[in-house]
Design a protein around this ligand. Sequence first.
Ligand code: CA
Ligand code: ZN
Length: 300
Amino acid sequence: MKLTKENVFYSFCAENKPAVSVDAPARMEFETMDCFGNQLRRPEDVMEEIDWDRINPATGPVFVNGAEPGDALKVVIEEIKLDEKGTVCCLNDEGTLGARIDGSHTRVVSVSDGMVHYKAANGMEAEIPVKPMIGVIGVAPADGQDINTGTPGAHGGNMDNTMVGEGAALYFPVAASGALFGFGDLHAVMGDGEIGVSGLEIPANVTVTLEVCKGKAPQYPVLETEDALSIIVSKPTVDEACQAATELMQEMIAERTDLDLPDIVMLMSLVGDLQICQIVDPEKTVRFVFPKKYIPGLTF
Ligand code: CA
Ligand code: ZN
């Protein structure tokens, strides 16, 4: 089954009308627009002329039959096929260095043979290997909340986590009947932090598998790869996000092993990594990443 880019939404909300209902497990392809709603696709397209109501479109939402509050929605990212060009921008007052920039600047950058071919204004060229990832991905929050797709949170959303790529499995806390899952905002490549406010924003076709894990809702999205278990936390400040991500990882390990607290703390201190996802969105996002090989059997 394929969901096209005609099916988009701009806020995660339990009231959203589903684009489609599926029985889990379901394998689905999603066509996604870039975070600008594909409005900056030519070198002459300028930021001043874009329609800000069409920013951060997510494709969906998908109603997953049988997904109820308290369950986890498992999303495996099977394959990401990128378009042949992407857009990166920076502008005054946006991002970590926004106070130093005048006006707005965009570059349309070609992507081929697994490489991003970046050309600077002075003629310098940088060849950057692609590292495809999904910026916005999540489920509806609990009844009464309406969270725009530019904001991250416990429901997922605009987490801009470079680990959300092929092969990763995500677990979201289902808070509304059917989960109402969707995603968009693909990046061909992005650095941790996303300091300039954009990655290489690019349309894509993405295949995912959806599954329901009954009664297993985590507090924040969990991401698992072959090698690591991680938790992704968004809070108003990086400090708060780091504290909460560390506490939640400690609790996840405690629930899954018979290690005592001092050993968990010492192991987390030795091999666990606190990493920044992004520091430019309305809430800041970090991840705590723990390598699974040091605790046999550690898994979501
Ligand atoms: Ca984003
Ligand atoms: Zn983006």
